[in-house]
Structure formats: structure tokens, C-alpha cells
Unconditional design. Structure first.
Length: 256
């Protein structure tokens, strides 16, 4: 950055002083960054898996409370709190050490409350949804490990674009609901609603491949261990999305 000053110092004494001070600051910053990297171990796949199990356990604790005490405040408070924690942990990985567990606790309230709502309307739906979610997880893990579906740059970009499109539609639906407007077929049964739900579920399931790839790529690149929390949180977000979408799909099938 200051190579030009090193090669040809200015005759201005102030500029020489600024250049020397800036060089010392740059060297100090590089030294501190090196110390931080040396003190923090690199992430591993095993570490990320362990973090995922820990987050899942925390989520189940608050999910039990949310299931026993369902209500709009519990459900939406958990959903909004979880979203905030995801944004904090994703954009500032150093905070993921506490943001990821906080997300799991908030999200558990949402999962428990929405599960109670569906359980009240449809007998046995929760066990079916949990079983199918685990089945999807194992199926996608098999596809990833065997290489039947490879996570290439184009594949990743395509899934991210599809996910973004679904997110935009959901956000638009949520905003329009305040004005009493419902997007047709998005939250209704029938053949069209079932097909839409299947497409969204397929996109959510394919996101698992990206999560698995994040685990491996992060370990290969030697990312700091804090990314174990970031990627574990990402995997849990995907699993919750799949679970909720399966609940919705099963409810449609139960009505028809």
C-alpha cells in the first residue's frame, strides 16, 4: 500500500512522518491478524456436525415450550427473533458463537407453536412431518456423498436464485396479508397448491446439498472454527424450512 513511499520518500517531513506511521500501523494490523488466526483453530466437518447437533438440542428444548404454550406472540416472536439472529450471525461470523444458539432457541418457539397449530387440526401430522424431514435429510446426504448430484458453481447459483425467488414471493405474500390480499394458490389446497408446495419443498431440499458442501469446503479452505457455528446454523435453517413445508404439504393432502 505504501510501497511508493518506501521507494521514493517525499521531501516533505510531514509526509515522511505520515508514511512511516501508516507503515507501522499496517505492520501492527497484519501482526494482530496473524495472531488471531494462529490462536483460532480451523473448522472441521466433525466440528460443524457437533455444532448442528447442539443447536438442534437447544431448538427442541424451546420447541417443547412452544408446543405446550402456543400462540401468535410465541410463534411470531420466535420467528422474528430467529431471523434477526440469522442475519447477525451470517453477516458477522464472529458473533455466530452466541447468535447461532440464540437462533436455535428463538426458532424452537416458532417450530413448537406452529407444530401445535397443525397438530390441533390434523391428527398424527407431526410424527409424519418429522419422519419425512429426517428421510429427506438422509436422502440428500446419500445423493451428496455418492456424487449423484455434484455441487458446482452453476448448481449453487441456480439453487440460490430459486431460493431467492421463493423468499421474495413469501415476503410479498406476508406484506399483502396486512391489506387483506392473499396470493392465489400459495396458501390453498387443491392440485395447484400441492404442486407449488412440492416445488418449494424440492428447492428447500436441494439447499441441503449446499449446506453439506459448505461443511466440506470450509474445512478444506481452513476457515476459522467460528464458521462451524455459521454453517451449522445454515443447515438448521434449511431443516426447519423443509419441516414447515412438509407440514403444509401434508395439510393440503389431508384436506383433499
Amino acid at each position: 500500500m505504501f510501497d511508493k513511499f518506501k521507494q521514493k520518500e517525499s521531501s516533505n517531513p510531514v509526509m515522511r512522518s505520515v508514511a512511516r506511521e501508516a507503515t507501522r500501523d499496517e505492520q501492527l494490523n497484519n501482526l494482530e491478524a496473524g495472531l488471531d488466526r494462529s490462536q483460532e483453530r480451523s473448522m472441521t466437518v466433525t466440528g460443524a456436525i457437533n455444532k448442528t447437533l447442539m443447536l438442534t438440542f437447544l431448538m427442541l428444548i424451546t420447541a417443547a415450550y412452544g408446543f405446550s404454550n402456543p400462540g401468535p406472540i410465541v410463534m411470531w416472536g420466535g420467528a422474528i427473533g430467529g431471523l434477526i439472529m440469522v442475519l447477525i450471525g451470517s453477516y458477522k461470523p464472529k458473533t455466530a458463537v452466541w447468535a447461532a444458539p440464540a437462533y436455535a432457541l428463538f426458532e424452537g418457539l416458532f417450530v413448537g407453536a406452529i407444530s401445535a397449530m397443525y397438530a390441533y387440526m390434523f391428527d398424527g401430522i407431526i410424527l409424519q412431518a418429522v419422519s419425512l424431514t429426517i428421510g429427506v435429510l438422509l436422502a440428500m446426504l446419500f445423493l451428496y456423498q455418492t456424487g449423484l448430484i455434484k455441487v458446482t458453481a452453476k448448481f449453487r447459483a441456480g439453487i440460490m436464485m430459486a431460493t431467492g425467488a421463493v423468499l421474495l414471493v413469501y415476503m410479498a405474500s406476508f406484506a399483502l396479508s396486512f391489506f387483506g390480499i392473499q396470493l392465489p394458490f400459495l396458501h390453498q389446497g387443491g392440485t395447484t397448491g400441492i404442486l407449488i408446495s412440492c416445488v418449494v419443498l424440492a428447492i428447500a431440499s436441494l439447499n441441503l446439498l449446499l449446506d453439506f458442501d459448505n461443511f466440506e469446503k470450509g474445512a478444506e479452505q481452513g476457515l476459522p472454527s467460528r464458521y462451524e457455528w455459521v454453517f451449522a446454523m445454515g443447515l438448521l435453517v434449511t431443516l426447519v424450512w423443509i419441516y414447515v413445508e412438509i407440514l403444509r404439504l401434508l395439510s393440503y393432502l389431508s384436506r383433499d
